[in-house]
Design a protein around this ligand. Structure first.
Ligand code: TUI
Length: 314
């Protein structure tokens, strides 16, 4: 069985996190992943604190295993949600899309394990210095907000820069990817896109269908011009956004295009105005499975690959 220091740190069976996907990663999905032995994560995204508190309550009803809360730091509710994490005493907080420095002392005081997502070596070093328990190094193959570096480069650089456990994210969707992450020095993986196909993932059927049908060139990155690079499925939204972005539309117009676009994809399956966030590995996700089947498939797959790796060494 695959096991690593992140398992004892959090009291989980497998070193596998479910990504904190805004509007998607709710109490139902997170509890299913935690029940399967991974680390389920509820995503706060841009949601209101009370809605997230409700999702935490739902998860606690559905599992007695640990789960985490992902705080999207660009949210206008980030301060309130950071405070709520302390009140609810979630097992772990992961963060995304920013620098969580100002919250870290309070989270640690509340006994919460702090596991920031980083996309650079500088941020990794800062987080380690401020007492992060572990890091998630997320490469630009991932869906949603993306940094500059790919997983293949970012993970070993971060592993060398800090002396806390590092999980790899971005482009990992099966046992091969997870095994590769361990070879790069990671002691765990985080997957988002693969869990979009989970039975317990409540996205609109149109969204799920688009993930299952996606091929290699089906994702693209928009928003680089305004420092909001994000990867999603190529749709009418990305065509409209690119036209405005490269046609010199003012920043406010671009921001306006994106308002509500994640929610429209997730809740309405809106193929015109919806932004269907997804990683490059959407092309590798071809069937709907339960969260438990996904966790087992990836962990057992990684074990088989790692056991067979010695065939390359003479
Ligand atoms: O956060 C993500 N992916 C996301 S968040 C999201 S929701 C959203 N809503 C509105 C605007 C933007 C996003 C959709 N997808 N991944 C983790 C991640 N964090 N990737 C990169 C980073 C990151 C970037 C900059 C982490 C730290 C950072 O620091 C910048 C600084 O402050 O120096």
């Amino acid at each position: 069985m695959i096991e690593s220091p992140i398992c004892s740190l959090l009291g989980i069976k497998y070193p596998l996190f479910q990504g904190g996907m805004a509007w998607i990663a709710d109490g139902r999905l997170a509890s299913a992943v935690s029940n399967a032995g991974g680390m389920g994560i509820i995503a706060a995204g841009n949601s209101r604190p009370n809605d997230i508190r409700e999702q935490i309550r739902i998860a606690r009803e559905l599992t007695d295993k640990p789960f985490g809360l992902n705080i999207m730091l660009m949210s206008r509710y980030a301060d309130e949600i950071a405070q709520m994490a302390c009140e609810e005493k979630v097992a772990a907080v992961t963060t995304g899309a920013g620098n969580p420095s100002k919250y870290m002392a309070a989270w640690k005081e509340a006994g919460i394990k702090v596991i920031p997502v980083v996309a650079s070596v500088a941020m990794a070093k800062l987080m380690a210095r401020l007492g992060a328990s572990a890091l998630i190094a997320e490469g630009g193959e991932s869906g949603g907000h993306v940094g500059e570096l790919s997983t293949m480069v970012l993970v070993p650089l971060v592993v060398d820069a800090v002396d806390i456990p590092v999980l790899a994210a971005g482009g990992i969707a099966d046992g091969r990817g997870a095994a590769a992450a361990f070879m790069l020095g990671a002691c765990g993986v985080q997957m988002g896109t693969r869990f979009l196909s989970a039975v317990e993932c409540s996205i609109h059927p149109v969204y799920k269908e688009k993930i299952l049908k996606a091929r290699d060139l089906c994702t693209t990155v928009t928003g680089k011009r305004i420092d909001h690079a994000q990867r999603s499925l190529r749709t009418q939204y990305t065509r409209d956004f690119a036209k405005a972005e490269y046609g010199g539309a003012p920043d406010e117009e671009l921001a306006q295009l994106s308002v509500g676009s994640f929610r429209l994809a997730v809740r309405e399956g809106d193929l015109e105005k919806g932004c269907f966030l997804a990683g490059q590995c959407a092309a590798m996700v071809n069937k709907e499975q339960t969260a438990a089947e996904i966790v087992t498939d990836v962990m057992e797959g990684a074990e088989a690959v790692l056991k067979g790796a010695s065939k390359w060494v003479k």
